[in-house]
Design a protein around this ligand. Structure first.
Ligand code: AKG
Length: 252
């Protein structure tokens, strides 16, 4: 089983246009709040800088000249249009099937910006180890729906995944890498990997154990995505949980 689902143009061009406007408004509001207010700064072991403000965390691009946002998480509370996507049937119906749950609910929603020319790569990883450090075994039951707000192409760093990798469970992590969260690239079957090119409005769904990466955006236009991570309804959201890196010792 490939383990992923691509739903081409699930959202109309008008819906995508509205979501892009909300995304840019939220981006501007959060960045100006961070410039004006007191933020809580965390520097990860890989040097990436994270700043917390207004109930969200700004993950800055590590190497951009000047400041560029790589992601905001969580984001659903920042706009009613984002909150509404948690109950959007075009997302919840296929998610219910993917998770084999009677009903699905929110785990976390985030917003990824791969800005023109500066959007950096995501190295090979599974989302699972980070979630496991927060949610324990409940992390096995979380899957992501990526709502593409721009066309996704090889040139702008479309997501590459390894179909079937989710069935092999937690992958061996890279002992040379400081966060302890990335997959050891020497174990990835790159010949089996597929890059998911799709037009804006398409949705890509996959479980937390899917091995994936994405390349930098070398083009002159942005690649923005909303990532909705669902779980069986009634479980605590990521914002109510604490990251405990010691749990990584349970994983390969
Ligand atoms: O959107 C991308 O390019 C990759 C996103 C990703 O892998 C992540 O946010 O964990």
């Amino acid at each position: 089983m490939t383990g992923y689902a691509l739903l081409p143009q699930l959202f109309t061009a008008t819906e995508v246009e509205r979501l892009r406007d909300v995304v840019e408004r939220v981006h501007a509001e959060v960045v100006s709040a961070a410039e004006a207010g007191e933020t809580e700064l965390t520097v990860w072991p890989d040097g990436h800088r994270l700043e917390r403000i207004d109930g969200t965390t700004i993950h800055w691009e590590p190497d951009a000249p000047g400041k560029a946002v790589r992601s905001l998480s969580p984001v659903a509370h920042l706009a009613p249009e984002f909150e509404a996507l948690w109950s959007e049937e075009r997302l919840t119906r296929p998610m219910t099937a993917m998770l084999g749950a009677a009903e699905v609910g929110p785990f976390v929603a985030k917003l990824n910006f791969k800005r023109a020319g500066v959007g950096s790569e995501f190295a090979w990883h599974q989302d699972f180890p980070y979630w496991y450090c927060c949610a324990g075994d409940a992390a096995y039951d979380i899957a992501t729906a990526i709502v593409m707000l721009d066309d996704n192409t090889v040139a702008n760093g479309a997501l590459t995944l390894v179909p079937g990798s989710q069935a092999r469970g937690p992958a061996r992590r890279d002992p040379r890498e400081p966060t302890g969260l990335l997959v050891d690239p020497r174990t990835v079957d790159e010949d089996a990997a597929v890059t998911i090119e799709a037009p804006a409005g398409s949705v890509l769904m996959f479980p937390g154990l899917m091995v994936h990466r994405s390349a930098p955006n070398r083009t002159a236009t942005d690649r923005r995505s909303l990532l909705y991570c669902f779980q069986p309804a009634g479980r605590p959201q990521l914002s109510a949980l604490t990251y405990d890196a010691e749990r990584l010792a349970d994983l390969p």
